[in-house]
Design a protein around this ligand. Structure first.
Ligand SMILES: CC(C)=CCC/C(C)=C/CC/C(C)=C/COP(=O)(O)OP(=O)(O)O
Ligand SMILES: [Zn+2]
Length: 434
């Protein structure tokens, strides 16, 4: 059965470019914005000539071939991502799970062995073998291993040392640096909370003061910035909000102001999202921004602020699907930021993740689908906190929550060798989780 027809034009009330021009003065961004809108109009007019009833199609087979190849061979263009190799594993594996394409067991095992080589002897994962541990590839590696979801995959993670690493990047004010000697921003709090919760090493002490630090990142715009006092941005807003959801404290944000900010980031003409006010649409914000709506919906329904019977997220789900399917697909496979840009695995992962959010409303209890185009366009649902499929989250939690939480006597910024000896630690309580 076919899904709903495309909402061509009905969402497109006005050209955003007009709003980017202040008193007739053009800026670099307003000129770029006009180009984006021109490109969209051109593609739309060709599309309308070819199709009387618009039915955008997800190019499943092309995306599958592009992703499958990427697991074994990367072009020279990826040399610059030599310090982000676990990310490439996550982006590709998550895209494949959204497309419901199984990962052959030999490839899954090779990925496990590769990620094991990225694990630092002092805990956490690095961007590549022999590099220093960093929170971003640690998040990507743990997510990739949870997607694989085998005993071999789970066993790669040294949880005791992972906790050492998290403490080594914890700061006295509650924030985290991305790596020892590195920068602080709210991505790190999310990466730390995500891996700690998935692998059952989350202790209240580890996130002491983190909640207040994240809440300080929400600014007058309603969204969150990377550190307190800067401009709100979708990437950081997602990270801060999802971290607070993991820590059970999302209601400490001004949720209504956040809702107003994020829904205003959906572009009226393009249908996709921008990352921050007065900037351009980009396919990857289909997840970083639209992914906030399930988090907000849950938080606001708990506070009795949204109708539980509501059947839609509070953004134009069809318009976002249209943006991704009509303007972000490379005909040879892979997805892009915007028309005219090259495909890459990051945008493939986050465009597909956003498409999945826009297609599935609710959770396993109450589930409503809104599929633009044919039913074959339907992707698997994604978990809005971790961005891996919900069954894989449940399976990982089931596995790791059978294991005890490691003893935690560590201090912010402490190196692994500063930890009390194992025998001293072992004299304490065996399991502080309960
Ligand atoms: C888990 C994890 C590590 C998440 C990453 C979150 C994320 C996407 C952060 C984005 C950071 C940022 C300020 C981008 C702006 O880039 P820009 O100025 O090039 O783009 P813009 O014009 O769209 O703002
Ligand atoms: Zn992007």
């Amino acid at each position: 059965m076919d899904g709903v027809p495309a909402p061509l034009r009905c969402f497109r009330e006005c050209h955003s470019a007009e709003m980017f021009v202040d008193d007739g003065v053009e800026t670099v961004t307003s000129v770029e914005q006009k180009k984006v809108e021109h490109n969209i109009e051109e593609v739309l007019s060709v599309y309308k000539q070819m199709h009387s009833l618009p039915q955008p199609t997800l190019l499943r087979e092309q995306h599958y071939q592009y992703l499958k190849k990427g697991l074994r061979h990367l072009s020279d263009a990826y040399e610059c991502l030599d310090a982000s190799r676990p990310w490439l594993c996550f982006w590709i594996l998550h895209s494949l799970e959204l497309l419901e394409e199984p990962i052959p067991s030999a490839i899954a095992s090779d990925v496990c062995q590769f990620l094991a080589r990225c694990q630092s002897p002092t805990g956490g994962f690095a961007g590549g073998p022999g590099q220093h541990a960093h929170l971003a590839p640690t998040y990507a590696a743990v997510n990739a291993l949870c997607i694989i979801g085998t005993e071999e995959a789970y066993n790669v993670i040294d949880r005791e040392k992972l906790l050492d690493f998290l403490w080594s990047v914890k700061q006295p004010d509650g924030s985290f640096v991305m790596h020892i000697g590195g920068e602080v921003d709210v991505r790190s709090a999310y990466c730390a909370a995500s891996v700690a919760s998935l692998t059952n090493i989350l202790t209240p002490k580890l996130f002491e003061d983190t909640i207040n630090w994240i809440v300080r990142c929400q600014n007058w715009e309603g969204g969150l910035s990377g550190v307190p006092g800067l401009e709100a941005h979708g990437g950081y807003t997602f990270c801060g909000t999802a971290a607070l959801v993991i820590l059970g404290k999302e209601h400490m944000l001004d949720l209504k102001a956040l809702m107003r900010w994020v829904v205003s980031r959906q572009m009226r003409f393009e249908g996709g999202f921008q990352g921050r006010c007065n900037k351009l649409v980009d396919g990857c914000y289909s997840f970083w921004q639209a992914g906030l709506l399930p988090l907000l919906h849950r938080a606001l329904s708990r506070e009795g602020e949204t109708e539980l019977s509501q059947q839609r997220w509070m953004f134009e789900q069809q318009a976002l699907q249209e943006y991704i399917l009509l303007f972000c697909q490379n005909p040879a496979g892979g997805l892009v930021d915007k028309l005219g840009k090259s495909r890459d695995f990051y945008h493939t992962c986050y465009c597909l993740s956003g498409l999945s959010i826009a297609q599935h409303f609710g959770n396993t209890d109450l589930h409503q689908e809104l599929i633009l185009g044919k039913e074959e366009n339907k992707l698997a649902p994604t978990h809005p906190v971790y961005n891996i499929c919900p069954e894989k989250v449940a399976q990982a939690l089931e596995y790791f929550y059978r294991l005890p939480v490691p003893e935690d006597h560590r201090q912010p910024g402490a190196a692994a060798e500063d930890r009390p000896s194992d025998s001293a630690a072992a004299s304490g309580s065996a399991d502080c989780h309960t």
